[in-house]
Design a protein around this ligand. Sequence first.
Ligand SMILES: Cc1cc2nc3c(=O)[nH]c(=O)nc-3n(C[C@H](O)[C@H](O)[C@H](O)COP(=O)(O)O)c2cc1C
Length: 199
Amino acid sequence: MKRIVVGISGASGMIYAVRLLRAIPGDYQVHLVISPVAAKIMKAETGWDSAKQSFGEFLKKAQSEPFGQSEIITHSAENHFAPVASGSFLVQGMAIIPCSAKTLSGIANGYASNLIERAADVNLKERRPVVLVLRETPYNLIHIENMKKATLAGATVLPASPAFYHKPQTIEQLADFVVARVLDHLSVPHNLVTRWGEN
Ligand SMILES: Cc1cc2nc3c(=O)[nH]c(=O)nc-3n(C[C@H](O)[C@H](O)[C@H](O)COP(=O)(O)O)c2cc1C
């Protein structure tokens, strides 16, 4: 079973999380952790109400295009007994998308206060890919120092900085550029964007 851990933390840019989850192929199992603040921002930015439906149900209804149909298993951010809290649970890698400056700090400083930060911590110790889609601007020196620490510990800091050379016509195409880079770093196959030099 191919498994990916996805953490959604409390930063703006929930479209990146939705597009990523949509794109992961059906032969993957996704272990999803949404922080409490992220759930509120998700409601504000996408309309998903955690009290009314599961995130999996929302995803199926929210996406007009067919999506990868990966199996999504959601864990509470407070559940330190979840399988992804242990490095012995084999996964291909982890993305935190979007990643808040607070969650970056927790990871960079080994302060695993919730399941997102703990799962990142164990994947770094197991030397597996951990991709942090940081969403903050501008950066202060603390953010920059934490990006350096996380990078030295093995994470890939992949800020939500879409390019424009593929001439995106929609917000979804803009977001998919970033999502494609995340999937590349996790070695998850996709056809989200035409690669430079291949058109
Ligand atoms: C509407 C809203 C948008 C936010 N956007 C960001 C953001 O883009 N980047 C960021 O670092 N923090 C952002 N924050 C602040 C974080 O949510 C806050 O620091 C929180 O403690 C993060 O916790 P978490 O990373 O555990 O989810 C935002 C907060 C709110 C309410």
